[in-house]
Write a protein that binds this ligand. Sequence first.
Ligand SMILES: [Zn+2]
Length: 267
Amino acid sequence: MRARPALLLTLFFVSSSCSDLESFYQEEVLGNTKNEKCTTCPSDFNQFPVSVEEITSVPEGKQNHFVGRFNQTKYLKVPDYGVHIMGSEHVSDWMMVKTYALAQNAINSLIEESDRLKFENHEFYVITDQDPDIGFVRRPGQRNTGNARYTVINEDLVCRRAVDTIRPNAEPFYRTWETPVHEFGHSLDLALGLREEFEALHRENNDRYMQNLGAEYFPWAVERWFGSGYGGKEGRERLKDYELSFFRNRFREEFLWVPSCEGRPEK
Ligand SMILES: [Zn+2]
């Protein structure tokens, strides 16, 4: 186990406490126009979901995708919907636990149980740059993706600044936890069948809508909905009104959740 027990208390720290959520809503998201607030955090909002001690080896027959490509050795099961988290030998225990929290909190934030049930047996493949790439996508080297059945996330893209190799002088796009949240956004989109409706909203309302980026609008919005900040603006503040109403119809607002980078093991 690479994570030290002394770190456990901070490892699962969720960046907003209940009272922080309340002020965030009042000041940043809702202004003074709305009274709704988080007076108690939802009972299934799990800040301390699992201990590294729970990590086991992957049970026989649990890996259904990338067999023979990814060598997954670490395993956690999210009990709520039987979500499987499988990490390669290079993945830290910290990342395993953080992925568990991402899966549990993001899925539990869905309002409709019928939506949550679409993640039954969803598989998370957690890998690093030392593992093979996905293999079937057009871009060699790609190690992150998401669809209705599984999500692949790369620990080396977490809590890092990505470098834009095409436009090296442009301000680097700030990625912290957005990458896994983004990839899970693709999984949410495809599992729930949201793309058509969300893309139509952008086609109607977004002057800069680009058809070739059609699949990305929803995952970008998912990052913001869960609180990822960029360019001096925080999370939901960056969402357009038409995006906010879309999310409010499907997700519980009190699940404002940005996984913290605190405790990340140095590599
Ligand atoms: Zn994407």
